[in-house]
Design a protein around this ligand. Sequence first.
Ligand code: ADP
Ligand code: MG
Length: 322
Amino acid sequence: MALSEFELIKRYFFQSARAFGVNMGIGDDCALLSVPENKVLAVSMDTLVGGIHFPRNADPELIAERALRVNLSDLAAMGAEPLWFTLGLTMPKADEQWLEGFSRGLFACADQYNIALVGGDTTRGPLAITIQVHGAVEQDYAFMRGNARVGDVIYVTDQLGNAAAALAVIRQELSVGKSAFSYFMQHYYRPVPRLKEAKLLRGITHCAIDVSDGLLADLGHICEESGVGAKVDIERVPVSTALNKVAEAEQIANWALGGGDDYQLCFTVPQAKMAKVEQLIADGKLNATAIGEIVKGGDVTCLLDGEPYEPSRRGYSHFDRA
Ligand code: ADP
Ligand code: MG
């Protein structure tokens, strides 16, 4: 690399991290961090590989945004507040223009969500970005996948299916007008980590997951961990007006139920606490919709107008088509 590894790191990734608990940030052998009192550390990592998770020639600013946002989404899904992150960057060459955009997107997003870069590693190889986020949560308020109970109401934030439509556009399986194009791309590259929603739901839900692989697949993880089943009313699954305009009902259902990458929060609420959620929704503080119920059994089943319905696509798994 023309630029020495250290020069490169210094130029694009050193930022004086004056964040909470950073006793030593980037620049030494390890970062030294203080965990907030009475909380536990929530740690999660996600890797995005060029050509698999995003097109290799995608805008580096957007790649950075997406990489950090999907990680922040995991903190939200655990009910944790962001603190710090580390970055593993593998790239074929030290392309300064690329790095400049990547770094800009990364820090814009880090500032927005109040999370500090405290270390990482930089290597040469096929383009891949690994981010590990660290957050804090009170143990008793963590949202665990194993906490769903029969009778709980299943909710999902905002809308599903927009990111799947974006992917269809990227893969040239769908062509849309200019405004729909930017709307879907925005959802794909800049998903909103549902941190605000997670904070509102503290003590109301004890079970959540972020929808990264598709609603039914991710709900399946909740069911497996909790030893329960789930029933989803398809007509209640929220989708955007933009989505409704570009495809037929069956296609839309497939995207909303089986498409990943939306990073909405799916959470379960005991009947006794449902009124609190409905109040938050009525007050305009929470954008969420009840879409079904936790039931006995182990399967995730779908109903369309009360009749059993089997979607043709249930979710995405990396090794399905290996
Ligand atoms: P070491 O040889 O000890 O692994 P490095 O030269 O890899 O050290 O890294 C030097 C410092 O720069 C460390 O503090 C490390 O955390 C940080 N660092 C390296 N790469 C990155 C990166 N991509 N983003 C943020 N910090 C990085
Ligand atoms: Mg290193």
